[in-house]
Design a protein around this ligand. Structure first.
Ligand code: NI
Length: 170
């Protein structure tokens, strides 16, 4: 297992659209293991393959307190989303230090393949539902700051670019 570098907004690679996984094989399972290691190392609750510059429809999530309940979604599709929506603060490993409100459905049903390639349906609500929607946006090349006003988004872009330049110099 390896800890992979996480792309940081506004890296243009975060806007690539991920392709479906053709076969859930050992190569894909190795990607899953690296993504889980990377997510746990960064203390995140979710990670999309896009964020580690792998442009395939793969997501890992763990919203448990104990950090011991990994959920793997391969080729996820949302089959139902509640009309009821709620605004909650979101953050993202690709947008470090930034948290802001995003409106999401409060519950979703998602169909995906597991690490054995078996289809399964997950009925999610609360934090898990929000996390699934956030990670699936990444697979479409969308970062949560794109829901914010252009003014806020530009401020975030400027701030992060400045931080990245400082980090390069250090
Ligand atoms: Ni994210």
């Amino acid at each position: 297992m390896a800890i992979l570098p996480i792309l940081c907004y506004p890296d243009p690679r975060l806007h690539k659209v991920a392709q479906p996984v053709k076969a859930v094989d050992d190569r894909v399972r190795a990607v899953l293991d690296d993504m889980l290691a990377t997510m746990y190392d960064a203390n995140g609750i979710g990670l999309a393959a896009t964020q580690v510059d792998v442009h395939e429809r793969i997501v890992v999530i763990d919203v448990s307190e104990e950090r011991d309940t990994p959920l793997v979604l391969i080729n996820p599709e949302i089959t139902w989303a509640s009309d009821e929506k709620q605004v909650g603060d979101e953050g993202c490993l690709s947008v470090p230090g930034i948290y802001d409100g995003v409106e999401r459905s409060t519950a979703v049903h998602v169909r995906a393949l597991d690490r054995e390639g078996q289809p399964r349906t997950i009925e999610a609500e609360g934090l898990l539902a929000v996390c699934i929607q956030h990670e699936m946006d990444h697979l479409m090349g969308k970062v949560f700051v794109e829901y914010l006003s252009p003014l806020k988004r530009n401020r975030i872009k400027t701030k992060l670019l400045k931080q990245q330049k400082q980090a390069e110099r250090a």
